[in-house]
Design a protein around this ligand. Structure first.
Ligand SMILES: [Zn+2]
Length: 224
């Protein structure tokens, strides 16, 4: 019985690496797959991991009908045993519904990978639909860590070194935002997310005598 599985986690938790590994494992057993991604940091139509691996993928543009893509492959005589979807948080809710249809009507496994919430702690529309429709949601075991050593559960957006909680939902990191500044992401535990205390801010606070001693008790300095 085919399944729609959502593998979720924060940024930096190895989602894309697992997606690539899963693709490899299935292919090694002679199974044929289709790989989708959207807004991968390495560029269009590529699924890459921070560990340096990459594979070609179909770019999920906003208007792409994923059901159609799979059906077209089947009609063309190609086998499709499984589908891998990376960066699934960026897919439209309707595209997640296409995936559910692929599972139910074509009996093809769909493995989706994505982060659940954005830098404001709000669910991405694609992730919300996946949580609603998936047969299983699996939280990834490779856990990212906050600078304080706790498990990181939140994705913070950093613009020119300062954590922000307002702005467009989707801005790809490590890009030169021009007038809007350099956008980066950092994973934090909830305590430090709520306190807007990214690693740089924590270091600055530790160096500043003004915030002693109360703030330091609440936000221990990063271990060296
Ligand atoms: Zn922390």
């Amino acid at each position: 019985m085919a399944e729609l599985v959502f593998f979720s986690g924060t940024m930096d938790c190895g989602k894309s690496t697992l997606a690539l590994q899963m693709d490899h494992n299935h292919r090694a057993r002679g199974r044929h797959g289709l790989t989708f991604t959207r807004l991968d940091r390495a560029g269009e139509a590529i699924l890459s991991s921070r560990l340096g691996l990459a594979t070609p993928a179909i770019e999920v543009t906003p208007e792409l009908d994923l059901w159609e893509v799979v059906v077209t492959h089947l009609m063309g005589g190609q086998k499709v045993d499984f589908v891998i979807c990376d960066e699934a948080q960026f897919y439209a809710p309707e595209q997640i519904e296409h995936l559910a249809r692929v599972v139910d009507e074509l009996d093809i496994d769909v493995f989706a990978f994505g982060i659940t919430a954005d830098f404001r702690t709000q669910l991405f529309p694609g992730s919300r639909r996946l949580i609603e429709l998936a047969d299983r949601v699996q939280v990834l075991q490779v856990e990212a860590m906050c600078w304080c050593g706790r498990r990181a559960t939140h994705n913070a957006r950093i613009v020119d070194g300062v954590m922000v909680v307002e702005g467009e939902q989707v801005v790809v990191g490590d890009t030169d935002g021009g007038a809007s500044g350099l956008v980066e992401y950092e994973v934090l535990c909830r305590r430090h997310f709520m306190r807007r205390m990214n690693a740089k801010a924590a270091q600055a606070a530790a160096l500043s005598a003004d915030v002693l001693p109360l703030e330091l008790d609440a936000c221990p300095i990063p271990p060296c």
